[in-house]
Design a protein around this ligand. Structure first.
Ligand code: NDP
Length: 240
């Protein structure tokens, strides 16, 4: 059988307890990967994956996560920087706390996740990083100045780090999902959802599993070995 080459590789997924993160944990396990994931609040057991409670905004906690994963599972080959939040409001009403929370989680959280591992990947001359951006970061969205800014920044981080990391054999890519059926879009009113779906050429929201496959492709040392600095859209042609 053809393989993605992820068997027995160690991959760390942030925010792996639900939504897109849970789908990637589950798919990676099916592909034979050694998966560790973080969560903030609570988590049900994900079929034996190593679950660690840690807030991505906490630098020391994320350093401890990297150490624990390497101790328990071995050298980290892949990282999926997935944890993210929204705190939507129209700009004049956007509180500084909501600005800070989104930037801290979605952008600084990526820094905190990658920093303890990237130097080790350079030493080992092996690694694949996938950051999660968003359609909002690419084209903007009403009520999401904070979120869109954080997700656009993630693309800048991805492209810059990809250029730096290439000489060490480490690849860095991003996945940019459109509207995906998770808790994150549950709060969108039905009327708004209908309007959004009518704008999507595939005429539906995406599923977490459909994003997970794109992430698995980018993690794969076989399937995407010549892909780095790329932003892979998974959005049903909502934005091209
Ligand atoms: P969910 O709201 O379903 O899940 C978010 C995940 O992030 C949870 O596991 C949550 O943990 C975790 N998380 C949030 N804040 C922190 C934190 N400070 N520290 C650690 N973990 C944290 O979101 P999705 O699955 O929908 O989104 C996953 C990623 O995909 C996010 O980056 C999001 O921005 C992005 N995305 C989502 C889209 C969508 O339509 N759903 C579209 C485009 C991008 P806990 O449960 O413990 O709070």
């Amino acid at each position: 059988m053809t393989s993605l080459g992820l068997e027995d590789k160690v991959v760390l997924v942030t925010g792996g307890n639900r939504g897109i993160g849970a789908a990637i944990v589950s798919l990676l396990q099916e592909l034979g990967t050694q998966v560790a994931y973080t969560y903030r609040s609570s988590s049900e057991d994900q079929h034996g994956a190593l679950a660690i409670q840690a807030d991505v905004t906490d630098k020391a906690a994320m350093e401890a996560v990297a150490e624990k994963v390497e101790q328990k599972l071995g050298p980290i080959y892949g990282i999926v920087a997935n944890a993210g939040i929204t705190r939507d409001n129209f700009f004049p009403k956007l509180a500084i706390e909501d600005w800070d929370a989104v930037i801290d989680t979605n952008l600084k959280g990526v820094y905190n996740t990658l920093m303890p591992v990237i130097p080790k990947m350079y030493e080992r001359e092996e690694g694949s990083v996938v950051c999660i951006s968003s359609i909002s970061g690419e084209r903007g969205n009403l009520g999401q100045t904070n979120y869109a800014a954080s997700k656009a920044a993630v693309i800048g981080l991805t492209k810059s780090l990809a250029r730096e990391a290439a000489r060490y054999g480490v690849r860095v890519n991003a996945v940019s999902p459109g509207f995906i059926e998770t808790d994150m879009v549950k709060s969108v009113p039905d009327k708004v959802k209908e309007r959004i779906v009518s704008e999507i050429p595939l005429r539906r929201f995406g599923k977490p599993e459909e994003v997970a496959w794109a992430i698995a492709f980018l993690l794969s040392p076989i399937a995407s070995s010549y892909v780095t600095g790329e932003v892979l859209r998974v959005n049903g042609a909502h934005h091209t």
